[in-house]
Design a protein around this ligand. Structure first.
Ligand code: ATP
Ligand code: MG
Length: 395
């Protein structure tokens, strides 16, 4: 019933074989089993095994101790990598986010019991046997997200699971089981104990999901939008949400989310996004807003390069329509230059011709020249530019 094929799976089978031949138990667990059951392509295989991290390291040539404190090592096998986690039982939790201690004396049953949702707590063995102790298969059939065990307790142990529930609601277009949703509404406050970086990673996936609208409604109904940084006003932009499917990248999605706030840069900083990321979002927002005001023309397209397609996608969300990539592609192809480095002259040329020493005028002249070339008022060749410069002088 579970159909797994492909090179990553073939190689995964070999990893399982090596572990079982050495006398350990080993299973495919988590998202891979869930996605295979849903008929989705699986490229990421997480394994759970009775082998301890050191024992896994001894069995394979290339192993990276990625999360060795949590019993996770990454095995590189053929062209693929696999996270192998030792069966574990988490001891008590006290701060809503960190297990206090991890013990390696666990079994596959205990390992599955500590996982978040029934759909994520199934294991598949080498011979194709499915271990499904919590009705994951049934819940997947019904499109339901249900915690393993009492949702109130599971959300107290790790409050991030509440955001994960809603992100899976979005990415899988599933519904929340009633009790799970009730627990979220009751305990959303606990999210304030979770590091914003962890929430951010889940939130990116939530924004990219096909069920994003329903997921955002869930967040609002549970009042989560008053706990997460800067999204209290999100309801005002709700009519744009159905168009988020137009967006392709994380930068575009966060640009949209930032656009719903008064101070996009500050908003992104509060979400602990990197300066580089914030700069990219800023460029996108600025150019999409400018195209919104002036329409796409040679100058707005030129200024938005090389991000003109992402800008058009973002603009299509603001304008609640489909993106028309062909239009910006056509304008780009008609541009005489696509960057200032393609100008036939440099600042040095201008200084020589004008016989005036360097100063702010050089940058000013180059900018005007760039616009004149883009608008095809002058040709991008030395002689035309020299003539243009003479006239510029007299202005
Ligand atoms: P995706 O395909 O989006 O990566 P995934 O199910 O693989 O989905 P991960 O975040 O990669 O999600 O986590 C892998 C597995 O680890 C999950 O399927 C789940 O079994 C378990 N898991 C992850 N986070 C938690 C958590 N906070 N609490 C309990 N179990 C978790
Ligand atoms: Mg995963």
């Amino acid at each position: 019933m579970i159909q797994l094929t492909g090179k990553a799976y073939q190689s995964c089978v070999e990893v399982l074989q090596i572990l079982t031949n050495a006398g350990f138990e080993a299973y495919i667990v988590g998202g891979a089993v869930r996605d295979a059951m849903l008929g989705l392509p699986v490229s990421d295989f997480d394994l759970a095994s009775s082998a301890k991290p050191q024992e896994v390291m001894d069995l394979f040539q290339k192993v990276i101790p990625t999360g060795i404190d949590h019993g996770t090592v990454t095995v590189m096998h053929r062209a693929f990598s696999y996270e192998v986690t030792t069966f574990r039982t988490d001891a008590s939790y006290t701060d809503f986010r960190h297990p206090n201690a991890v013990s390696y004396l666990g079994s596959i049953e205990e390992d599955l019991a500590r996982r978040d949702f029934t759909m994520n707590s199934m294991a598949l063995s080498l011979d194709g046997t499915l271990i499904d102790l919590y009705g994951g298969q049934e819940d997947i059939k019904n499109g339901l997200i249900r915690t393993v065990g009492n949702p109130l307790e599971r959300f107290q142990e790790d409050a991030l699971r509440m955001i994960r529930a809603v992100r899976f609601q979005s990415t899988l277009d599933f519904s929340l089981d009633k009790q799970t949703e009730e627990a979220l509404k009751k305990q959303a406050d606990l999210l304030k104990y979770v590091a914003v970086e962890r929430i951010q990673a889940e939130f990116s996936k939530l924004l990219a999901g096909k069920g994003v609208q329903q997921a955002l409604i869930t967040l609002i109904e549970a009042n989560v939008h008053h706990i997460l940084p800067g999204i209290q006003q999100i309801e005002k932009s709700f009519d744009e949400v159905p168009f988020l499917v137009n967006l392709s990248t994380e930068v575009e999605l966060w640009a949209w989310l930032a656009s719903t706030t008064e101070d996009p840069k500050r908003f992104l900083k509060r979400w602990r996004l990197s300066n580089r990321f914030i700069k990219e979002v800023d460029h996108l927002l600025e150019n999409a807003r400018s195209a919104q005001a002036k329409g796409w023309n040679k100058v707005t397209v030129y200024t938005a390069l090389p991000e003109v397609k992402p800008c058009e996608r973002l603009l299509s969300v603001f304008e609640k329509r489909l993106p028309v990539i062909k239009n910006v592609e056509r304008i780009t192809s008609e541009l005489p230059i696509t960057s200032s480095t393609m100008l036939a002259v440099t600042g040095e040329d201008l200084i020589q011709w004008r016989e005036i020493s360097a100063g702010p005028w050089v940058g000013e002249a180059l900018r005007e020249l760039e616009l004149a070339v883009i608008n095809e008022e002058i040709k991008n060749e030395k002689s035309s530019i020299r003539r243009w410069l003479k006239q510029w002088q007299t202005q």
